[in-house]
Design a protein around this ligand. Structure first.
Ligand SMILES: C[S@@+](CC[C@H](N)C(=O)[O-])C[C@H]1O[C@@H](n2cnc3c(N)ncnc32)[C@H](O)[C@@H]1O
Length: 230
């Protein structure tokens, strides 16, 4: 089941590339009205300030970089960025948005890809929720291998809230890791989506050498910024 869903998940983000940013900028099916949208944007701003507060960071590895919403922010603090994603379509949008000589793109399936060096910062936004439970330890080991001693990780992802997703998406079901997602044209895909409890996630990260505090921005996001233990 999971292998098929991981392929569907890649297909979903490839097909969704051109409409992906509507989610983040609360457009179309993701527009939940001025007040709720503002709450979302305030929380986004809070997390973006935390990213900016990292200061100059050297070489960044961005996993599942997508259309570049966070790559743009990372480009303000990094001397170089390696951005990995499975979808050529989102990479094309990211490349066009950034148009930056400091970003190097790699199209790869993260479950097969191996880092070829260690980075000062490993960053992943809205990716951990798509890693199936049986792959989580392997993924976090990979993140540790990709992080320099003295380097750090920064991650952000979703807290469960039905207004986070599109108005025509199914409601959050805490016991099911598989979710159906629709495109604007009605096509449906199955994806993995896991909403971590921040305390549970902090314990899991600690097992992999990141003594993390996982914070929340309020209603919509958890995030963590933590150095690798030696
Ligand atoms: C929710 S989006 C997050 C994108 C970006 N980090 C952001 O926050 O806007 C998930 C991303 O994971 C990518 N992806 C899905 N499966 C993947 C895989 N197996 N390997 C690499 N990237 C994958 C998708 O193409 C998509 O860009």
């Amino acid at each position: 089941m999971t292998t098929d869903v991981l392929q569907d998940q890649i297909a979903y983000y490839r097909a969704r590339a051109g409409e992906y940013d509507e989610w983040f900028y609360r457009k179309g099916r993701y527009d939940r009205g001025a007040e709720i949208n503002q709450q979302w944007f305030d929380e986004v701003a809070l997390v973006m300030r935390e990213v900016e507060a990292l200061g100059r960071v050297g070489h960044v590895l961005e996993l599942a970089a997508g259309t570049g919403i966070w790559t743009v922010e990372l480009a303000k603090i990094a001397s170089h960025i390696t951005a990995v994603d499975a979808s050529a379509e989102v990479i094309a949008i990211n490349r066009e948005k950034l148009s930056s000589p400091i970003v190097n793109y790699i199209q790869a399936d993260l479950f097969a890809w191996e880092p070829d060096k260690q980075y000062d910062l490993v960053f992943f936004a809205f990716w951990l929720s798509h890693v199936p439970p049986e792959q989580l330890d392997g993924f976090l080991d990979k993140v540790r291998r990709a992080t320099k001693p003295g380097g750090r990780i920064f991650a952000i992802d979703s807290l469960p809230d039905n207004t986070s997703s599109a108005a025509n998406h199914e409601a959050y079901r805490p016991d099911d890791i598989y979710h159906t997602r629709k495109l604007n044209d009605g096509r449906e895909f199955k994806i993995v989506k896991i909403f971590y409890d921040p305390a549970d996630l902090a314990r899991k990260l600690a097992e992999h050498g990141f003594n993390a505090q996982v914070k929340t921005s309020g209603r919509y996001f958890w995030y963590t910024s933590v150095f690798r233990t030696p």
